[in-house]
Design a protein around this ligand. Structure first.
Ligand SMILES: Cc1ncc(COP(=O)(O)O)c(C=O)c1O
Length: 344
């Protein structure tokens, strides 16, 4: 009954089977294998464009590498104040870019508002030798509050960023959850809306350790190849990252897994909303729920063995995954109702 994160979930059987099957025999190393070639072709097909594809093993590396090709050492990356890049990457964006500055923006429901970005860039100090130079926008889909930017919101942000000469990066750690939530195509949610480079997440949604940088601007790709090697993410046995991604993206598995996670979050939210005194903080667009439990209820749930994270003093974060059991969701709702009644 662990709702702590989608990172606590294991890996999808299809992904593990692909790893076992693909482990036999020899294959060329460092990405020159046929599996990696097939993954690139599949991603190009899914995104309906000639993107360049770079598998990496962690989201942090993907995000920081993406920023490193968009932003010089004297540049600035605009991001949400609560973003993974700003809060949870231990300075990797600054490290990989060689010292660029993250410019955190506040924004309701975990999202950057177009007007706020426009205002910040209008005072961004472009051309002033005393200021870091605005170079990139990086935002997260789903956001860290579990909300999805609509395609129109993405296009508005990207339009403003491009208008000021910035490149645009999407942290898609939960890309599939957002895609399912919006019901749009991968192309509509990315390059057609102005995304230049995407970190396509796999690990949280059924892979073991696999993400892919998807580059929609060919001129960024050459440098990225060298930077990935330098960052230690050009795997000698690349086939094992690619095998995961291949199985993940085959036959719509990634979308089925994300749809399951999202459905469990919706089920949990609906159940919790029936319990008096329980408040859900943000729109539940995907697989994450932020709940204000009364303290006694929060403690009671933890004591009863339900795992979830303490987001801040008021909110707990509960995350559903590709393998969340609906019975666990129902058990959590029932326990919340019982503890709330007792506390009343
Ligand atoms: C929004 C977001 N971006 C990126 C990541 C990738 O992190 P990691 O480097 O742990 O794979 C995470 C993981 O928690 C995340 O939540």
């Amino acid at each position: 009954m662990n709702f702590y994160s989608d990172n606590v979930a294991g890996a999808a059987p299809e992904v593990l089977a692909a790893l076992t099957e693909g482990a036999a025999g020899s294959m060329m190393s460092y990405g020159a294998d046929p599996v990696t070639a097939r993954v690139k072709a599949r991603i190009r097909g899914l995104f309906e464009t000639e993107a360049e594809v770079f598998p990496v093993a962690t989201g942090t590396a993907g995000n920081a590498l993406a920023m490193s090709v968009l932003c010089p050492p004297f540049g600035a990356v605009y991001c949400h104040a609560g973003s993974h890049a700003q809060v949870d990457e231990c300075g990797a964006p600054e490290f990989y870019t060689g010292g660029a500055k993250l410019m955190p923006l506040e924004g309701a429901n975990g999202k950057i508002a177009a007007d706020d970005l426009d205002r910040a860039l209008a005072h961004g100090g472009a051309g002033d030798v005393h200021h870091v130079q605005p170079a990139a926008l990086s935002f997260t889909q789903l956001s860290e509050c579990g909300t999805a930017y609509t395609v129109a919101e993405i296009a508005a942000l990207a339009g403003i960023a491009h208008g000021h000469g910035l490149g645009v990066h999407m942290d898609g750690a939960r890309f599939a959850n957002a895609l399912v939530a919006l019901g749009c195509s991968p192309a509509e949610m990315t390059w057609k809306a102005g995304i230049d480079i995407l970190t396509l997440g796999g690990t949280k949604n059924g892979c073991m350790a696999a993400e892919a940088l998807v580059v929609f601007k060919p001129e960024l790709a050459r440098e990225l190849g060298f930077r990935r090697k330098r960052a230690g993410h050009l795997f000698s046995k690349m086939r094992f990252l690619s095998l995961q991604l291949e199985a993940y993206l085959a036959d719509g598995l990634w979308l089925r897994l994300a749809a399951h996670a999202n459905a469990q979050a919706a089920r949990l939210a609906a159940g919790l909303r029936t319990v008096p005194g329980i408040e859900i903080a943000y729109p539940v667009d995907g697989n994450q729920i932020f709940v204000a439990f009364p303290p006694a209820v929060r403690e009671g749930l933890a004591a009863a063995g339900f795992g979830f994270s303490t987001w801040d003093e008021r909110l707990s974060r509960l995350v559903c995954a590709f393998n969340t059991d609906p019975a666990d969701v129902d058990a959590l709702v029932t326990a919340t109702a019982r503890l709330s009644e007792k506390a009343a």
